[in-house]
Design a protein around this ligand. Structure first.
Ligand SMILES: C[S@@+](CC[C@H](N)C(=O)[O-])C[C@H]1O[C@@H](n2cnc3c(N)ncnc32)[C@H](O)[C@@H]1O
Length: 292
């Protein structure tokens, strides 16, 4: 009779970690491997969306366990580029949330007019649509010639699309609608050249935008900014990382400089709340009021 052996075996297994605990452990190992090999720290990304994205990678790579991803990531730099693309949610559009752009134009640009040079850091620009929207609005307000937009992201694939400024024609109706809702003063068609099934943004917009790789987790800030825009990026970070990135923006801004966040993001309850005042609370526009 093998009953005693089976009982002791069952006892042993009942003490083992659950499948979920094993998965959490594998994610920790994966994050550590990425940090070691490439210096990208994903440990402060919101856990649920990070897990979802890693699971998508598994499916695409036809692997069954997260552990199997680790050697691929460590030894195949090209695969890591693909993995990074999966990790970043790049959904964006021109004049996304048009009322925000309307308020930016009416309340903030009027203030920026007093400066002889305007520096804007646009962090997490994805494929560039927001940066071009900004350039269009600055042009319509007569500010583009003295403005420089530094549009950054850590996803090189998205940055390459942003730099080209070529978008599918099928997106133009939405972009045009948003442009008008955002208070566009001319015609959206004035800002691109239609070619085959694409729209190519005009060079006179492009020359005021510098697209660059920048990782909010590990890189320094851009200094002397009048306006920092970072929308729909902080939602993917945990509270500690949000605080550290908001600190970076605070350092980056000149005294009385402006900060624009996404509609699900806020300065309230962050470490930076005392350093800013809300200028348009609903649109998440803040002004730096303390200078350290
Ligand atoms: C949802 S998109 C937001 C695009 C645009 N700001 C908007 O609201 O339409 C989020 C972007 O944040 C970028 N991102 C995520 N983590 C980042 C990091 N650590 N450093 C720089 N960019 C990051 C992603 O690559 C992605 O392009």
């Amino acid at each position: 009779m093998a009953i005693p052996v089976e009982t002791s075996k069952n006892n042993t297994f009942s003490q083992l970690p659950s499948t979920e605990e094993v998965k959490d452990f594998e994610i920790k190992l994966l994050i550590e491997a990425i940090q070691f090999r490439y210096g990208y720290d994903f440990s402060h990304y919101a856990q649920a969306s990070l897990t979802r994205r890693i699971e998508n990678c598994l499916k695409k790579a036809e692997l069954t366990t997260i552990s199997e991803l680790i050697p691929k990531i460590i030894h195949q730099v090209a695969y890591f580029e693909l993995f990074l693309r999966e990790m970043s949610v790049t959904v964006t559009e021109m004049f996304r949330d048009p009322p925000v752009f309307k308020v930016l134009r009416s309340k903030i640009f009027t203030q920026l007019k007093t400066y002889s040079r305007i520096n804007i850091w646009h962090a997490g620009c994805a494929t560039g649509e927001e940066a071009y929207s900004l350039a269009i609005m600055l042009k319509e307000e007569g500010l583009l010639s003295r403005s420089q937009i530094y549009a950054t992201d850590f996803n090189n694939h998205s940055l390459a699309i942003a730099e080209q400024g070529i978008y599918k024609a099928e997106k133009i109706p939405l972009f045009t609608k948003n442009y008008l809702l955002a208070g566009g003063k001319a015609s959206f068609a004035d800002y691109y050249q239609a070619k085959h099934s694409h729209a190519i943004m005009h060079d006179n917009l492009k020359k005021h935008i510098t697209f660059a790789n920048h990782n909010l987790i590990k890189d320094q800030c851009f200094a002397q900014m009048h306006l920092v825009i970072c929308r729909n990026v902080l939602i993917y970070f945990d509270r500690a990382l949000q605080d550290s990135v908001l600190g970076l923006f605070q350092q980056s801004l000149l005294h009385r400089g402006y900060l624009l966040l996404g509609d699900k993001e806020s300065l309230e309850f962050s470490d930076q709340s005392d350093n800013f005042t809300a200028v348009a609370k609903e649109q998440r526009i803040y002004q730096k009021v303390r200078y350290d």
